[in-house]
Structure formats: C-alpha cells, structure tokens
Ligand binder design. Structure first.
Ligand SMILES: Nc1ncnc2c1ncn2[C@@H]1O[C@H](COP(=O)(O)OP(=O)(O)OP(=O)(O)O)[C@@H](O)[C@H]1O
Length: 783
C-alpha cells in the first residue's frame, strides 16, 4: 500500500488515540470526584438525615430523608460504575482503536463517510463525530456482510441503502499500524489466516475483527426464540455464540443485563476456557453453569446422581455383555419422545389412580397418614388439574401440621426442652408478654403466658423442618411413583402402545429398579425423573433469565431441552451443536429436527448451518471429514500444514516410548499446547502414571476447573469444545475405536488439533481411519 496512504492512516490512529487519551484523563478526574462524593455520602449518611420518630409525621419525614439520601448515593454509585465501564473500554481502544474501515456513500448524498470500526464506539465530544463505531452498531454489519458495491443495512429507523466504495482491514498494536490492506472479499482471508495461524491459548479469543458472514447471521439474529446452529467441528459455533451475547447486550442495553443470560457448557473447565471473551469485548460475563449442576441442585438430596462423565466412562470401558446392551437400549429409549409422552400420560393417569404419598411425621407420630393424603387427593373434583390439587393439598396438610403444633404444646418433651432454652429466648418471651400487657388492659398470668410462648417456640422450631418439607411437597412419593412406572403392569398398559416398547423392556425395568433401590439415579433417568417430578409438583421456574446459550447441544436429549425451556419460560434459546461430535447420536435432540421445532414452534425457530471449519489446517480437516457421514460438506479453510501422521507400531511394547517421542518432537517444533488424548478417564490416568514424569504433563479430569497450559493428558469427552496446537491420539487402534458410538468420539478427539495431528496405533488402525482415502494422511509403520 502506498506509503502516503499508510502515513495518513497512522495520522488518523494518532489523532484518535490522542482524543481517547484526553477523554481518559478527564474521565479519571471525574471518576476521582465521584468516588470522593460516594465516600463522603457514605460517611456522612446519618449526619445528613435527621432521625426523628416522635410521631407519625416525624417518622414519615425521616423516611423520606433517608430515601432521598439513599437515592443520591445510588445515583452517584451508578455514575461511578458507568464511568468505570467506559474507562475500561477506552483503555482497550487506546492500544488498538479500530480494526476495520468502510467507505460509504448514502443514497441521495454525495458525501463519503469513513466508518472506522472497533470493539467500542468513540465520539469526539467537540465535533460530535464518531471517530470509531462499535462493531455492533447497525452500520458495522456492512463490514461483515458485504463486499464493495451497492449495499444496505437495517437501522432502527428502517433500511439504509448506498454504495460501499472501499473496505480496509488493520492490525494495530500499541497505537501503531502493523498490517493494513484493502479487502475485496467479505473479511480478507489474510487477516483470518493470521488469526488462525496463532498458537492455542488457555483462554478462548474473541473473533471480532474477522467474523465471517455466516457467523454474523448467528450473532445478529434477534428474531428467533430458538436459534439452532449446526456446525462442523471448529466452525466457530462457540466463538459466534459469545460474540452474539456481546451483540445482544449492546443492542438491548438498558433492558438486558449479562446476568440475565446463561451459558450451559459441557464441563467446568470449558467455563474457564471461554470466560475471558466477553470481558475482552468490554462486557460483563454471563452466568455459566452445566446441566449436571442443575440436576444436582434439584435432585441431589434425593439420590446419588451419576454424572455424564461417569456415564460415558461406563459406556466406553465396560465389556459388551447382555446387561450392557440392555443399558444401552435403556439409554436410547428413555431419551425418545415416546418415553416422555408416556410420562405425561402417566401423570394424567395419576389423577384418577396410582398416586403414592408418604406420611407426614413428627417425632414418632404420624401427623397425616399417606392414606389420608391419598383420600384427600382423590376427593378433589376429578377435573381439577394436578398443580391445583397440589396447591390445595399443601394447604390442607399445613393446616393439619398447625393443628398438631397446638396438640404438642402440652406434651412432656416440650416441657423438658423449654428448660434447655437459653437466656435470650427467655428474655424474648418476657418482652413479648410485657408488650402484650402494655397494649391492652387484659390481665393474665405472666408466668403461664411466658411458658406458653416458650413452648410454642420449642415446637415451632422443631416443626419448621416438617413445614418446609410440606411446602415443597415432600409428602408426594415421586421416587415411588417413578419406580411404579417400571413395575406396575396396569400403568404400563395405560401409557404405552404395545409396539412402542423395546424388546428388552423387562430387563430395562429390572436395571432401573435395582439402581433406584440403592438410592442411585442413572444419568439417563435423571431428566425423565425430574420431568415427572415437575409435572406432578410443579416447576421451580426462573423468569429473570432472558437468553439461554446451550453449547455442545448435541449432547442434550429433546427432553433435556424441553426441561430447560420450561425452567426458563421467558427465555430465548441458542443451541449450538455438531451431531458428529455426539457420543449418542441416537439420543441427541439436535438429530430430531421435527422434535426440535415443537419446542418453540416453527415460526419462532431458525436453523443455521456452518460448514466451513476454521480451527484446523486444511490437511487435518480433509483427513477428519473422511471419518463421518456427510463429511464432504465440510469446507476447510485454506491454511496449509503437515498431513496427519498415523504411526502404526508393529511391536505394541514400544507404545509409550513412541508417544513420548512424538510429543517431544512436537515440542521441539515449537508447539506449547499439546494434548495426549485418551479414550477414557481410566486410560488417561494409566497413561499419566506411566509417562507424565518424562513430559511434565498435567492430567485433566472431570474435576479440573481451569484450562491448563502446556502438555495435557485428557479423555476425549473432556476435550469437547477446546483446542490444542497439536494432538497425539494415544491409541488409535481398531480395538479402541470401532463401535458407532466411538466414531464420534474419535472424530471429536482428532478435530481438537489446530496445526498437527498424530495418531499412534498399537496394532491395526481404527476402521474410521482406513475407511477413508489414504492420501489424506502419512503412514509411518514402525517395527
Ligand atoms: N471468524 C473467525 N475468525 C477467527 N478465528 C475464528 C473464526 N471462527 C472461528 N475461529 C477460530 O476457530 C476455532 C474454533 O472455533 P470454535 O471453538 O468457536 O468452534 P466450534 O464450532 O465451537 O468448535 P467445536 O464444535 O469443534 O468445539 C477457534 O480457535 C476460533 O478462534
């Protein structure tokens, strides 16, 4: 590019940074002033308020004075927080004020506008001109979506058309332009090439400067209640989702806050991996959780819950026996719509029969027996819905508990416990009696009254737990009801059509019951159980959350997505997934397009597909896409590298040595983030014990909370969603990966590599390697 132009652009950068500096200085002064004011108001809060509680007027006046003072304080605090946020963005802009520019002439105007685009807006207060536009501003979409020529974009006031006469991209560091070029395509491949050629990091990076057009569609979609993104491995689903959160926070600022958005991620380590993207963009982080956390929160007190990782570990490491086959069939069946429909029919059936309750007990006494509760339940008007019955039942049982409190007051055990109360309790009772006397002229025996108050104190305290349990409807025997679903033939005949049941249904029932009787809940039972529980007892809903982002959505069944939809009824959902990375393709909700649409309805659902894969080199993508059906649709990004290496060992005894050698050679090539990916946690631990010392590697387990840099040994299912410079597959033999459910796991493991992939094979290579064209990898037989 002509040096004159370069100089001109650098001058603009200097101009903008100078202005930003000035603004930062004045903001800092202002901030100091506001901070001082806040401190003063807090310190003098009570001095500036005249507290007077002499009569009603005084109290009202005092109340208003306090309120006024509190409002003043919170206004200053708000100002401080806002200014602080602006300061943070400006500080970020200082080093790199913008990354893109478009030249735009609006239709009907002759004036050419230069629109510079950065991670935040910056306006010159003197001229009132925007020196930099936020990447999320309506006009900035031109940068991502169009090439120079006639263009239009959606502004709040309607569509604006015009001509884009130029488009430029920059890399600016520490206020100096390092790279600059005019881009003819949507986002120049050069910049993307630079971004993708970098080394892996312990934290995910924002892609703001190189967002691709199809990703922009996801980011700016603000019309669908359910946005489903199906994308190839490394196509930028997670990246786009995080940018989308930042976009929505910007577009709806004032009405949407970061804590009203929740990210459901595959594991806690992933949470830490993505946690810096939003702050990097100047936004607060959203809430992050896992589905398992939610299950634990809801069901943890009832059962010992199997988590999805132990669940996978079982499936990947157990011998294939008839019992194993039954479990697999159970997992499949329990995630079908036929199964959840049957649960709903079951709840309808419960309105007329089969309901189970537990007696409410206090000490060794039955307060309300389960027979009585049952009779009361079935005495309701038959048309009364389940949740209304539950409301009334709760009220009735609570009345019975209250009546029991009255009866207990005079029991000898109460007397004994009153003796053990402490001084404060006696004092409280005494004060209460004094107040009663001063407010009326009633005369009563102080001592007897005090004893009554103290007795009530004792019984109420002991009864509080019972009351809490009644309030949460703990007297409904949901466990028994779920168990009955698998034991009662009369129920079975009512809820399933004959041909719906799998042939090994009896065995599935047997397995389920055995688990339940040991107070264990298998992962495949957790969501159906929760669903049933909520159909009966009502749902603990959250209306504050407005957006759910479900990452790795291929690992959710339709029922899990349905539970989330019900749990957050005011929320929209963005589900991101890749069916090819699902360990149970047959349970994945994403695989059931028809079912998915029923969640929010067709009009409110949109499906976007991402076919281009950015993470890995062209060679790795060409190799990995051969492992899966429909892989030819995946388009690699043209970043070249070495062909994946398949090292076949004739003498398996040298296995660990070879793995060590491969990792060391990758290290010598300059890669710092290297993963040895194993099939299971069990294998990872074994490998760790054998080779970690020689590599100073870390072991990643399901408990690992933060993404670790350097060399890691990790089970494939925990590597979901993350990436490494180089990957060594510990054992790529056919023995390790041959079943269909292992195909996706193998594919997931191999697609974690950005620059290099090496598969070590003791024995015969996995059929998922040999089934593809041999020219996509380099074979290294070692004897
Ligand atoms: N537009 C882009 N500009 C720069 N880098 C990008 C872009 N899109 C994706 N990437 C990079 O590609 C890699 C993969 O992205 P990401 O993890 O978001 O993909 P994904 O679809 O969620 O992957 P997977 O399903 O395999 O976990 C990341 O390193 C990301 O930074």
């Amino acid at each position: 590019m002509a040096s004159e132009e370069w100089r001109e652009e650098q001058q603009y950068v200097d101009h903008v940074t100078r202005r930003i500096h000035e603004r930062v200085d004045s903001l800092q002064t202002e901030l100091g002033g506001v901070k001082e004011e806040v401190v003063q108001i807090r310190r003098n809060f009570w001095d500036d308020v005249t507290v007077n509680v002499g009569n009603v007027d005084d109290i009202t006046e005092t109340h208003f004075a306090i309120r006024q003072q509190a409002e003043l304080l919170s206004e200053r605090e708000r100002r401080y927080t806002n200014a602080h946020g602006v300061l943070k963005t400006l500080t970020r802009l200082l080093s790199s004020p913008f990354f893109g520019r478009i030249d735009f002439v609006e239709q009907g105007s002759k004036e050419l506008e230069r629109i510079y685009i950065g991670i935040g807006s910056f306006r010159d207060e003197e001229t009132d001109e925007f020196l930099v536009y936020d990447w999320r501003a309506p006009i900035s979409s031109l940068y991502y979506d169009h090439i120079p020529g006639p263009v239009s974009f959606e502004a709040p006031a309607g569509e604006i058309s015009g001509e884009m006469t130029g488009k430029r991209q920059y890399v600016i560091r520490h206020g100096k332009i390092e790279v600059m070029f005019d881009a003819a395509v949507t986002i120049g491949d050069e910049l993307l090439m630079q971004a993708l050629g970098r080394h892996a990091d312990a934290q995910m990076k924002s892609i703001v400067a190189t967002i691709q057009r199809e990703q922009n569609e996801i980011i700016r979609n603000d019309t669908s209640s359910m946005l489903i993104v199906q994308g190839a491995a490394g196509s930028g689903k997670t990246s786009a989702a995080l940018q989308r959160v930042a976009y929505l926070l910007y577009k709806h600022r004032g009405s949407l806050e970061a804590n009203q958005m929740v990210l459901f991620s595959p594991n806690p380590m992933f949470n830490s991996y993505v946690s810096t993207v939003l702050p990097e963009l100047g936004e607060e982080n959203m809430q992050q959780t896992t589905f398992q956390d939610y299950l634990q929160h809801r069901l943890g007190r009832l059962f010992e819950l199997e988590d999805p990782f132990d669940h996978l570990e079982y499936l990947l490491t157990q011998q294939v026996t008839p019992q194993y086959e039954t479990r697999l069939e159970g997992i499949r069946f329990k995630s079908t719509l036929a199964f959840s429909d049957a649960l709903r029919r079951y709840v309808d059936l419960l309105l007329t029969d089969h309901m189970l309750f537990k007696s409410v007990r206090f000490r060794d006494k039955v307060v309300v027996s389960r027979r009585e509760i049952r009779e009361h339940f079935y005495a309701f008007e038959p048309s009364l819905k389940m949740h209304l019955r539950m409301d009334q039942l709760r009220k009735w049982v609570l009345e019975r508990v209250d009546a029991c409190i009255e009866e207990e007051l005079h029991e000898p055990w109460v007397e004994d416990e009153v003796e053990l109360l402490d001084h404060d309790d006696y004092q409280r009772a005494h004060n209460q009696v004094s107040r009663m006397k001063s407010g009326s002229d009633a005369s009563f025996d102080d001592f007897a009254k005090e004893r009554e108050i103290l007795s009530r104190m004792v019984v109420n305290r002991r009864m509080a737990k019972v009351k809490r349990a009644v309030k949460r409807l703990a007297f409904v025997d949901v466990k028994g009801i779920y168990r009955q679903f698998f034991t009662d033939d009369a129920v079975l005949a009512n809820v399933f059509a004959e041909d719906e049941l799998p042939s090994c249904w009896r065995e599935i029932c047997q397995q389920t019951i055995e688990g339940l009787d040991e107070r264990k809940l298998a992962y495949e039972d957790a969501t159906p159980f929760l669903y049933l529980k909520e159909l009966i007892q009502g749902m603990a809903i959250n209306t504050a959350v407005k957006h759910l982002i479900i990452d790795e959505a291929q690992d959710y069944s339709l029922l899990q997505l349905e539970v989330l939809r019900r749990l957050f009824p005011r929320s929209r959902m963005t589900a991101l997934g890749d069916l090819n990375q699902s360990v149970f393709a047959h349970t994945a909700g994403l695989g059931n397009a028809q079912g998915l649409v029923t969640l929010y309805g067709e009009e409110r659902t949109q499906l976007v597909k991402l076919r281009r894969s950015y993470r890995s080199t062209e060679e790795i993508v060409r190799f990995t896409r051969g492992m899966i059906a429909g892989g030819e649709e995946i388009i690699p990004f043209e970043r070249r590298g070495e062909k994946p290496k398949v090292v076949v060992l004739e003498r398996p005894a040298t296995h660990n040595e070879r793995v060590l050698e491969e990792v060391k050679s990758l290290e010598e090539s300059g890669y710092s983030s290297i993963a040895v990916i194993c099939k299971s946690a069990r294998e990872s631990k074994l490998v760790y014990d054998q080779i970690a010392d020689a590599l100073s590697a870390s072991l990643i387990t399901k408990e690992t909370a933060t993404f670790v840099e350097g060399i890691v040994i990790i089970p494939a299912y925990l590597a979901k969603g993350v990436e490494f410079d180089a990957v060594v597959i510990y054992d790529g033999s056919d023995e390790a990966y041959h079943r269909e459910l292992e195909r996706q796991l193998f594919y997931t493991a191999c697609t974690r590599a950005m620059h290099e992939l090496c598969i070590v094979v003791p024995g015969r290579p996995s059929r998922f390697i040999t089934s593809q064209q041999a020219d996509t990898y380099a074979l290294h037989p070692v004897n």
